[in-house]
Write a protein that binds this ligand. Structure first.
Ligand code: SF4
Length: 391
């Protein structure tokens, strides 16, 4: 089986390969190093390097794979372990974790983001149910590294039972608290978390770390614990398969899937697609991107969604983009695939351009979109596609 390792699995520049065609690689072997902002990439499976193409390393995997791995070199401290292991934000953001931790100013609080923001995703909750002790140890490591006096675990209200379990486990942990957030999208957005928990309204582009807050997805914390305790590089990923899949319509988590594996393997493992099927979406239903059965699992992969075929609609489409939902480019693509005669685009009125990128000024406090819809109608729009959260 061919295993693909894209060189860009993180925020920053593509990593630089340190292997060549013909090299044999064992699981855990370093494949590529960062070039400026970025992270190490290690092999998720053992095999032989087939090709070092422009944007990826392709490995032919051995038939029989082992669960063990080559550990990272003995680090001098926890932060070095996180850096060497190539850990990046596993919730989808992909920011290199060691760099994020180093950028934290006047550490006040570490926050474990267990909101599992997008609908249908389940792997974060499964991890917390199966290994709450690992999450708690991870928060303690982060408190030790940063000096933050308080740690919070945040979940959505729908996971109240899990929150109560964690609360019981933390009765002796005076520096760890559990908080619930409203059960709506995008509760897991970092600026929503900061607003709801600390009452601080951050400007678009402002970072929690500038305000003494370090927010990490719960799977990122799991990978941090593995790097510190086992010297394990970031080579496995938790994912959820959902949608038009036989035994996973409402979502089925797969834990510790080796990086590089094709997503189709897990769709098959969940029973295969229900025909007719449409797009394979890699990521959550709101922010995922169109992929194929061969798309590789990378460090930021969370969901693997199988959609319905798009209905035909030869209409004039208005597409209304939201920073926290589907972006304009994606909505355009969907409208075109539905057979749109014409596409007219608009952004939610709360989006403002900051450093060349449109950002939401108040994520989760969503306005009515009636004015935009009236404008669309004046322009002859007779079908609307929206990535906005509320309407
Ligand atoms: S305010 Fe607008 S851009 Fe922001 S989250 Fe809501 S719909 Fe999206």
């Amino acid at each position: 089986m061919k295993i693909h390792y894209p060189l860009l699995q993180h925020v920053g520049a593509p990593a630089v390969p340190v292997v060549a065609p013909g090299d044999t690689v064992s699981r855990g072997r370093l494949l590529a190093e960062p070039n400026g902002l970025g992270a190490n990439i290690h092999a998720g499976v053992s095999g032989t390097v087939e090709e070092v193409a422009g944007d990826r390393i392709i490995v032919t995997g051995e038939e029989k794979q082992r669960a063990d791995f080559i550990p990272i070199d003995e680090p001098s401290d926890y932060l070095e372990a996180i850096s060497e292991a190539g850990i990046v934000g596993a919730g989808g953001a992909g920011f290199p974790t060691a760099i994020k931790i180093k950028s934290l100013k006047n550490a006040k609080m570490v926050i474990a983001n267990g909101t599992e923001c997008e609908p249908m995703l389940q792997h974060n909750i499964k991890f917390m149910q199966d290994h709450p002790d690992v999450l708690i140890r991870g928060l303690k490591y982060l408190q030790e590294i940063t000096g933050a006096p308080i740690a919070l675990i945040v979940l959505k209200e729908k996971n109240k039972a899990m929150a109560q379990e964690l609360h019981k486990m933390c009765t002796q942990e005076k520096r760890i608290r559990i908080k619930l957030l409203p059960d709506r999208y995008p509760a897991g957005d970092e600026r929503v978390i900061v607003r709801e928990l600390v009452g601080l309204e951050m400007k678009p582009g402002e970072l929690p770390t500038e305000n003494g807050l370090l927010i990490q997805n719960v799977e990122t914390i799991k990978r941090i614990v593995e790097a510190i305790e086992l010297r394990k590089p970031f080579i496995d990923k938790d994912i959820t398969v959902a949608g038009r899949v036989r035994n996973a319509q409402k979502g089925r988590p797969f834990m510790d899937v080796p990086l590089g594996m094709p997503v189709g393997l897990y769709i098959e493992a969940a029973g295969g697609v229900i025909e007719p099927h449409g797009e394979i979406v890699v990521g959550g239903p709101f922010t995922g991107k169109s992929g194929t059965f061969s798309s590789p699992v990378i460090k930021t992969t969370g969901g693997i969604m199988v959609g319905m075929p798009f209905p035909r609609a030869e209409k004039v489409f208005g597409v209304l983009a939201c920073e926290c939902g589907a972006q304009e480019e994606r909505l355009y693509k969907i409208a075109r695939e539905m057979g749109a005669k014409e596409v007219i685009a608009a952004k939610c009125k709360r989006m403002e351009e900051v450093n060349g990128r449109f950002r939401c000024t108040k994520p989760g406090i969503c306005p009515g979109q009636a004015e935009t819809v009236i404008e669309f109608k004046k322009k002859g729009v007779d079908a609307l596609l929206t990535g906005s959260c509320e309407e």
